[in-house]
Design a binder for this molecule. Structure first.
Ligand code: C5P
Length: 222
C-alpha cells in the first residue's frame, strides 16, 4: 500500500499517546492506538471472568470482542467502545494496563488483532502508536520513531495524569509497576518492545511536548 505511515513505538509513559495524537492532528492523518486494543481485550476477558493466562480462552475473547473507536465531535477524547459499552475510563487504569500486558504476551492473541490494525491504514495517512508498529505490524512504514524516557520520568508523567483524573496512586508504586511492565514487554518472545533498526530514537527525558512533536513531525516530513 502506498498510504504513508508513521509508527511511534516505545514504553508506557514515554509520551507516545499524547505525541501520536498531536502529530496525527497536525498531519491530518488517522490514529491507531494499538495499546487500547490490548487493553480492551484484557478488560473484556476480565469481565468474562477468564483466567488471563488461559491462552485458548483469551484468544477466543480477542477474536470475538468488538472494539470501536468513537471520535468525539466536541474535541474531547475519543471513546473506546468494548462490546458496545463505553470503557474509556476503565481502560486507562493501571489494572487495565497490567491485564493488557499479560494477554499481549500470548502469540495467538496478537495474531487475532493483526487484521484489525492493518485496517487502519487508510488515506491520507496513519500514525500508529504501540510497541511493535514499526517492527511487526507495519515493517514497511516509511517513517518510524522510537520514543523513550527514563523510568523515573515516565512514572512522574503517569502519576500526574492519574492524579488529574482523580485516581489515587503513589509514585513509588507506579514506578515499580512501570518497571515490571517494561521488563515483561521487553523480554517476551513474541513482538518484544525494541526499536526497529530503521527507527529514529528519541529520548524525551526533560523535553517539553512541543519539542517532541516538532522532532517527530520532522521525521514524517523527511
Ligand atoms: O500503550 P499502552 O500502555 O496502552 O499498552 C498497554 C499494554 O499493551 C502494553 O504494556 C503492552 O504489553 C501491550 N501492547 C502491545 N503491543 C502494542 C501495544 C500495546 O503488546 N502494539
Amino acid at each position: 500500500s502506498s498510504v504513508p505511515i508513521l509508527t511511534i513505538d516505545g514504553p508506557s509513559g514515554s509520551g507516545k499517546g499524547t505525541i501520536s495524537r498531536l502529530v496525527a492532528e497536525k498531519l491530518g492523518w488517522r490514529l491507531l492506538d494499538s495499546g487500547a486494543l490490548y487493553r480492551a481485550v484484557g478488560y473484556a476477558a476480565g469481565m468474562e471472568g477468564l483466567d488471563l493466562s488461559d491462552a485458548e480462552a483469551v484468544t477466543r475473547c480477542a477474536q470475538t470482542t468488538k472494539i470501536r473507536f468513537q471520535a468525539a465531535t466536541d474535541g474531547s477524547d475519543t471513546r473506546v467502545l468494548v462490546n458496545g459499552h463505553d470503557a474509556t475510563d476503565e481502560l486507562r487504569t493501571e489494572t487495565a494496563g497490567a491485564a493488557a500486558s499479560a494477554i499481549a504476551s500470548i502469540p495467538s492473541v496478537r495474531q487475532a488483532l493483526v487484521e484489525m490494525q492493518l485496517g487502519f491504514r487508510k488515506a491520507p495517512g496513519l500514525v500508529a502508536d504501540g510497541r511493535d508498529m514499526g517492527t511487526v505490524i507495519f515493517p514497511d512504514a516509511p517513517f518510524k520513531v522510537f520514543l523513550t524516557a527514563s523510568a523515573a520520568e515516565r512514572a512522574k508523567r503517569r502519576y500526574k495524569q492519574l492524579k488529574e483524573k482523580g485516581l489515587s496512586v503513589t509514585l513509588a508504586t507506579l514506578q515499580r509497576e512501570i518497571e515490571a511492565r517494561d521488563a515483561r514487554d521487553a523480554s517476551r518472545t513474541v513482538a518484544p518492545l525494541k526499536p526497529a533498526a530503521d527507527a529514529v530514537f528519541i529520548d524525551t527525558t526533560g523535553m517539553g511536548i512541543d519539542i517532541v512533536v516538532a522532532k517527530v513531525l520532522a521525521v514524517a516530513q523527511s
